[in-house]
Ligand binder design. Structure first.
Ligand SMILES: O=C(O)CCC(=O)C(=O)O
Ligand SMILES: [Fe+2]
Length: 267
């Protein structure tokens, strides 16, 4: 008879002493679904960076109308060769654009990249795809009233023939919350995973699935300004519409390929 007790992952782990190896391992070992690090950026600096981002200005996603962004998400390429070329041509210029938008403050994604490299024994670096450096640090603007539809994020779907996109053991989503509306804007997550084929069928011609028919989410987290939140992006997740002000984030993915492999960053 087995005396192994199956342990359900903790829904949310709040870490108050900053990003650490243990905090990252809680996710990679499946011990937590969401890790929250409060105060990664101070509220005062967030306010100033928010101004810089809004001054820079947001364009809508090519394939997700009503979601504003600075920089391009690899998700927008949708396996189209010309959009993939556009993504790589703008990757490094867009990293610099975001850095300038945050200036004279440090771009929080740059600080995050250093902190992960320092915390993870095998280090961490910017993801390349077939020798081309990817973009990292996408800023999203969810305007009042706009939800982010339910979805999971899967690198391999977007680069089915690239080895670097097909050897991930986990894809973590990373968000730094630069401005959070007073009401709404919660991150919602469902514990059950669905296959990508089922996801693509159920989302139809939209980028994600409507939230209502999914029923109540298993986990709801209201981010606070300055939070760094990491989660397992393979779980269905969505963002509730906010009210009052824009919901501004800086984001990336973090790829895990095993304890002795470097982590990688991309957007
Ligand atoms: O903005 C958020 O809280 C989550 C956005 C998201 O879907 C992601 O980072 O993968
Ligand atoms: Fe996502």
């Amino acid at each position: 008879m087995s005396n192994v007790i199956e342990k359900r992952p903790r829904d949310l782990l709040t870490v108050r002493d900053g990003l650490s190896h243990q905090a990252l391992q809680a996710l990679t070992r499946g011990e937590a679904l969401i890790v929250r690090i409060p105060g990664f950026v101070s509220a005062g600096v967030c306010q100033l960076i928010a101004r810089g981002l809004l001054r820079q200005g947001y364009d809508d996603y090519l394939n997700a109308p009503a979601v504003g962004r600075i920089g391009m998400s690899f998700f927008e390429t949708g396996c189209k060769a010309d959009v993939i070329d556009q993504y790589f041509a703008t990757a490094l210029p867009n990293i610099r654009l975001l850095r300038n938008a945050c200036s004279p403050y440090q771009c929080p994604i740059d600080v995050f990249r250093c902190a992960v490299d320092e915390a993870w024994p095998s280090g961490a670096s910017l993801q390349s795809l077939s020798g081309r450096k990817m973009f990292v640090g996408l800023s999203r603007n969810m305007r009042p009233g706009a939800p982010l539809l339910a979805h999971h994020d899967l690198f391999a779907r977007l680069a089915p023939h690239d080895a670097e996109a097909n050897d991930l053991l986990m894809q973590m989503a990373v968000n730094i919350y630069v401005n959070v509306p007073q009401h709404g804007g919660e991150l919602m997550m469902w514990r059950d995973e669905i296959t990508d084929a089922e996801f693509l069928r159920r989302r139809g011609d939209k980028y994600g699935m409507d939230i209502e028919p999914l029923g109540a989410p298993d986990i709801v987290v209201k981010p606070q300004t300055g939070d760094l939140i990491l989660f397992n992006a393979r779980k269905l997740h969505a963002v509730a519409p906010g009210a009052g002000s824009d919901r501004l984030t800086l984001s990336c993915f973090l790829g895990f390929r095993g304890d002795s492999h470097p982590l990688t960053f991309w957007s």
